[in-house]
Design a protein around this ligand. Structure first.
Ligand code: NAD
Length: 329
């Protein structure tokens, strides 16, 4: 039986496909390649197409014996979601509805969902725990919470079991050096900093250095993409064991400041990284980190690449050897 990975040609999806293949799983990928890259697939059977294409989904489920789904396919730019909410409800919420409908028709009853810590919004306290209030502060986070709630009803009514994984920033690259992060446009700090080291950008903007943190810059949560891939595979195992639906934070509990990331990147690359301090951005909390105590105790998840230097070193290994990512757009 195979595992279907939607969005498997994306950044986290491709690392999860690699992890599944390493463990001897059969993998089927559905990806429209709207932000993904077919070069990022180290194996598996690729269907190029859209989640919202119900005929394609029916064909995919008919042609493959799918046991479980790992669902990454989504639009995930916070800024864009606040300009074009229709795109986010359509691709994320309606896309998930189509996927769940396809699963129901094909009798597939397990789904692991790539959610986000943006479901919490402004945190009540840090580190954020699963029992904390969810009040998203942007459309992207709201659509992800809606997708989780949809899954919860599909479980109650139809018995489709789900595990939702909520995390902040995926970072780093695969140990093989063959796959890594190539978002276009790029919005994540570590690749932006490394592109600055490569002189593809003039400078890196730091939004505010007067926050109530040790060095005045915001503290954020980073998890190595291969540790995230491992958590998604563990969640499949959890569902296979017959455990019911659940949701988990995947956080590093401590977080790293923006300055710390830049200083570590300077150290790892040995290159100059010009910084420009700008005004604070509206709605940027000082500290955003999630606890992973529940994932550790229930899923046995134990991130093995939690060190910032190691995360940046692996990202640098990819960026320095692939300065154009997967190639020209
Ligand atoms: P990505 O853009 O690299 O991957 C998304 C993939 O989904 C792409 O390959 C894209 O082509 C595909 N896709 C999008 N819409 C589709 C559709 N309608 N039909 C078929 N394929 C479609 O993004 P990523 O950084 O790998 O993120 C993957 C998932 O993880 C997203 O759901 C995102 O919300 C979530 N997430 C990411 C981060 C992060 O730091 N990158 C943090 C938290 C959650």
């Amino acid at each position: 039986m195979a595992i279907l990975v939607t969005g498997g040609a994306g950044y986290i999806g491709s690392h999860t496909v690699a992890e599944l293949l390493d463990r001897g799983e059969e993998v089927v990928v559905l990806d429209s390649l709207v932000t993904g890259h077919k070069e990022s697939l180290l194996g598996g059977k690729l269907y190029v197409g859209d989640l919202r294409d119900k005929e394609l989904l029916a064909k995919l489920f008919a042609e493959n014996d799918i046991e479980a789904v790992i669902h990454f396919a989504a639009s995930s730019l916070v800024g864009e979601s606040m300009k074009d909410p229709v795109k986010y409800y359509d691709n994320n919420v309606y896309g998930t509805q189509c996927l769940l409908e396809g699963m129901q028709k094909a009798g597939v009853d397990k789904i692991v969902f790539s959610s986000t810590a943006a479901t919490y919004g402004e945190p009540e306290k840090v580190p954020i725990e699963e029992t904390d209030r969810t009040e998203p502060s942007n459309v992207y986070g709201e659509t992800k919470l809606t997708m989780e709630r949809m899954m919860s009803w599909f479980d109650k009514v139809l018995g489709i079991k789900y595990v939702a994984l909520r995390y902040f920033n995926a970072a780093g690259a695969h140990a093989s050096g063959k796959i890594g992060e190539d978002h276009r446009p790029e919005s994540h700090l570590i690749p932006l900093v490394l592109q600055t080291a490569l002189k593809q950008r003039e400078s890196i903007a730091v939004f505010g250095d007067d926050y109530p943190t040790e060095d005045g810059t915001c503290i954020r949560d980073y998890i190595h993409v291969s540790d995230l891939a491992d958590a998604h595979v563990r969640a499949v195992t959890y569902l296979r064991s017959g455990s019911g639906s659940n949701f988990f934070n995947l956080g590093n509990g401590l977080g790293f400041s923006v300055k710390e990331v830049i200083e570590t990147a300077k150290e790892v690359t040995g290159l100059d990284i010009p910084v420009v301090i700008q005004e604070r951005r509206a709605g940027d909390p000082a500290v955003l980190v999630a606890s992973s105590a529940k994932a550790r105790s229930v899923l046995g998840w134990n991130p093995s690449r939690a060190d910032l230097k190691e995360i940046i070193r692996s990202a640098w290994n990819w960026h320095s050897s692939h300065p154009q990512g997967y190639g020209e757009a």
